[in-house]
Structures are given as structure tokens and as C-alpha cells.
Design a protein around this ligand. Structure first.
Ligand SMILES: Nc1ncnc2c1ncn2[C@@H]1O[C@H](COP(=O)(O)OP(=O)(O)OP(=O)(O)O)[C@@H](O)[C@H]1O
Ligand SMILES: [Mg+2]
Length: 219
């Protein structure tokens, strides 16, 4: 599968042109770091890719087909294909790690037993098998971010979209999260797009693109 931007432009207000005719593509097994100065449009780019916002012009192509226009169609693509990991974690801190993975799956209509099995498997993949029944407030920052990765993975997304997943972590803790990301990348057919300021995050990715002057540069 592939996910692409075709001549995408984005403007906020009248004259704040953030993306100017951007082409970008990511396919199965690929991993791309999106770097660039603060305010250069990285969050905007990944939000357009993930069908959270619509560009003012250009197209998002999902496996070569233009993304649906209707909110229902976009929602269906989002829940079938995308998993998100964000800089600021939003977890239920009093509930267990496993609950945090399972509750969104139940909300998406999954059977409880299947959701629990997938949740346990996802937590084991990020090295949190032993922490499954601990409330999230007992987890370290790196463990919480690994939990968020597990929560995204439990849906078996084809595209893992991450916006500064290590942005609030210190160096050692970022490395812990990176270890998880890179081993997942090695064994997975999904694609990863990760916005980051951290060169060590970029190093585990196959490609790096720079957002500069409203355009994407790939060295
Ligand atoms: N909803 C919005 N309305 C108006 N301006 C916006 C909106 N979202 C973003 N912008 C502006 O667009 C520009 C790009 O924002 P964006 O969040 O994409 O940057 P970024 O590269 O992710 O920055 P950072 O590294 O600080 O997270 C910024 O100047 C920002 O102020
Ligand atoms: Mg941002």
C-alpha cells in the first residue's frame, strides 16, 4: 500500500502559505523522518497525510486513489489504516496499561476477548508485558510512550504516523522508545512517518525529508 501527497498546498488565513505544491510518498515497509525548523509545517503535513485536515489544493492518494471527500469515508480510511503516536500522551492514568489499549478498540466495536488478546500482544511487542496490569501513573515517561505505540499498533495500522514521539523525553528515554520503533520497523510491513527534531530518531528511518520554505527536500 502507499500513501501520497500530490501537489499539496496548505494556507492558514489569507497569506500564511505553509505548504506549496508538496509531493511526498511512503509505501509498505518504508520509514520516513520529517524534519525541519519549528513552524515549517511538519504537523500540518502529517495531519493532511492522516486525513485529519484538508489541504487548500492538491490531493492525498491512498494506494493511488484520491482519499474520500465525505467525512464518513475519511473516517473509515483513518480507522482502517492509520495509527497515531503524538508528542503529548493522552492516557487514562488511573487505568491499567492494558485497559488503555483495549478501551479504544472496544469503542471501535471490537469484541472484548479479541481486543484483550491483541492488546496483550501489542504490549508484549513494546516490552511492556509485565506492566500490563499496572495503572499508567506507575509507568515511566518512556514506558507511557511505548504504551502509546502499542495502542496505535493494536489496530494493526498500515501507516504509523508519529508527531514528535520523543519530543518530551530525555535522551536515554528517547533511546528506549527508539529501540522499540526500530525493532518494530524491522519486522513490520507497515510504513512509518515520524516528525522529529531528533537526529537519532531520523537515523533509524530509511529516509529523511526536510521541510524548508514550504517545500519538501529529500537529500
Ligand atoms: N490551525 C491553524 N491556524 C492558523 N495557523 C496555523 C494553524 N496550524 C498551524 N498554523 C501555522 O502554520 C505554521 C506551521 O505549523 P505546524 O504546526 O505545521 O509547524 P511544525 O513544523 O509542526 O512546528 P513545530 O516544530 O513547532 O511543531 C506555523 O506558523 C503555525 O503557526
Ligand atoms: Mg509540530
Amino acid at each position: 500500500m502507499s500513501l501520497a501527497l500530490d501537489a499539496v498546498s496548505m494556507r492558514y488565513g489569507k497569506d500564511r502559505l505553509v505548504l506549496d505544491g508538496v509531493d511526498f510518498e511512503v509505501a509498505d515497509g518504508d520509514s520516513v523522518a520529517v524534519m525541519g525548523p519549528s513552524g515549517s509545517g511538519k504537523t500540518t503535513l502529517i495531519s493532511i497525510l492522516g486525513l485529519l485536515i484538508e489541504p487548500v489544493s492538491g490531493r492525498v492518494l491512498v494506494d493511488g486513489e484520491p482519499a474520500p471527500k465525505s467525512e464518513g469515508g475519511r473516517h473509515a480510511v483513518r480507522s482502517a489504516l492509520f495509527g497515531w503516536v503524538l508528542q503529548t500522551v493522552n492516557t487514562f492514568s488511573r487505568r491499567t496499561a492494558l485497559d488503555n489499549v483495549v478501551v479504544p478498540m472496544l469503542a471501535a466495536g471490537q469484541d472484548r476477548r479479541a481486543a484483550a488478546a491483541r492488546g496483550e500482544e501489542a504490549l508484549a511487542r513494546v516490552g511492556l508485558a509485565k506492566m500490563m496490569d499496572e495503572p499508567v501513573r506507575h509507568l515511566s515517561g518512556g514506558e507511557v510512550q511505548r504504551l502509546c505505540i502499542a495502542r496505535a499498533l493494536a489496530h494493526r495500522p498500515r501507516f504509523l504516523l508519529a508527531d514528535e514521539p520523543t519530543g518530551q523525553l530525555d535522551h536515554a528515554t528517547s533511546m528506549e522508545v527508539l529501540d522499540v520503533l526500530s525493532s518494530l520497523l524491522a519486522e513490520s510491513e507497515s510504513a512509518l512517518v515520524v516528525v522529529t527534531h531528533d537526529p537519532s530518531v531520523a537515523r533509524v528511518c530509511r529516509r529523511t525529508v526536510q521541510l524548508v520554505d514550504a517545500g519538501v527536500k529529500e537529500p
